[in-house]
Design a protein around this ligand. Structure first.
Ligand code: CP
Length: 335
């Protein structure tokens, strides 16, 4: 059985094929309805606009039916740990929840953000892994503690659409935000950019390093694909000549569970790390990317996000097309 948990288990050729399939959906060439008469469960532990709407629409366009479940909201609170005595506030165990949903539908999508309490626990994606351990149908990661692969694939598609295939100079930059955020988006973007052979620069202030083990994998993938990975604390230098500026804020690993300490640490970086017209002027006709939602004039200036260089709405649209491609691939017997 196949899952879509991150892009690591996919080769560059397989990722390119998914983008090809997504483009066929976008161009109206593929109007097939392989989900006719079938349902897909979408489990949301956290809020969403793009992921929820694009999955629901995509499943509908493939002829299927989406069943949206919100544990602790419209369904029971869930326990994911094995062997615990469930005499607390959790009503149902994932062992039953996941297998029951698998009897109704052909795949399960799950969104489960990092709780941002304990880095050592969350870096191994415990909730997502419990889903894949118990499930008898494919699991699609709709953003977990560590990865957001559907977003990353949509981002790679957007880069190809805007700038063509081939190696590009990609900058992934940290940005200030009024609260610490998870690392799933930057992790998956960095990994996918490396897998696609881009020259990747990751810029962040000292203390905001991404997961070292993952970044070692990113470096390895970049080298295998003919690209490079550079990590810097110098945003001014990093932006010079970039063809893609991808902005995202994330919390510091050492301050997981201590947001006040993170906010104190990042206070000096607010003005310096916004993506504004001055930074974009230093790029090589760079495009601006962000997964959304984005805080205007905090992460990015109005002047940049409203400019022709901004591709944020295309990225959001492409979520629909890549997720249709992922669903078809997961449910196909031909792959
Ligand atoms: N980019 C993204 O995943 O958006 P949502 O959180 O709105 O789903």
């Amino acid at each position: 059985m196949k899952n879509f948990l991150n892009t690591l288990n996919y080769s560059r050729e397989e990722l390119e094929r998914l983008i090809d399939a997504a483009l066929r959906f976008k161009q109206g060439i593929d109007v097939s309805k392989p989900l006719a008469g079938r349902s897909v469960a979408l489990v949301f532990f956290n809020p969403s606009l793009r992921t929820r709407a694009s999955m629901q629409v995509g499943i509908y366009e493939l002829g299927g039916n989406a069943v949206v479940v919100e544990p602790g909201g419209t369904s029971w609170t869930l326990e994911h740990r094995d062997g615990v005595v469930m005499d607390g506030d959790k009503t149902e165990h994932l062992a039953e929840f996941v297998r029951v949903l698998g009897r109704y539908g052909v795949a399960i999508g799950v969104r489960t953000f990092a709780a941002m309490k304990d880095w050592s626990e969350e870096r191994v994606d415990p909730v997502l892994n419990a889903f894949s351990r118990y499930s008898e149908v494919p699991i699609i990661n709709l953003e977990s503690a560590m990865h957001h692969p559907c977003q990353a694939l949509a981002d790679m598609m957007t880069i190809r659409e805007r700038l063509g295939a081939g190696r590009k100079k990609v900058l992934l930059t940290w940005a200030w935000h009024p609260k610490p955020l998870p690392m799933a988006v930057p992790n998956s973007f960095a990994l996918a950019a490396a897998q696609m052979g881009h020259d990747l620069v990751v810029a962040h202030p000292a203390g905001y390093e991404l997961d070292e083990k993952l970044m070692e994998t990113v470096r390895q993938k970049a080298i295998e694909a003919g690209g490079i990975l550079q990590i810097t604390n110098d945003i001014d230098q990093a932006v010079d000549g970039a063809e893609i500026v991808y902005a995202k804020s994330w919390g510091a690993k050492q301050f997981y569970g201590a947001p006040d300490r993170d906010m104190a640490e990042r206070a000096p970086y607010r003005e310096k790390w916004i993506v504004d017209e001055g930074k974009m002027a230093r790029t090589h006709n760079g495009i601006f990317m962000h997964c959304l939602p984005v805080r205007r004039n905090v992460i990015v200036s109005d002047g940049v996000i409203d400019s022709p260089a901004s591709v944020v709405i295309d990225e959001a649209e492409n979520r629909l097309h890549v997720q249709k491609a992922i669903l078809v691939q997961l449910l196909s017997t031909e792959y």
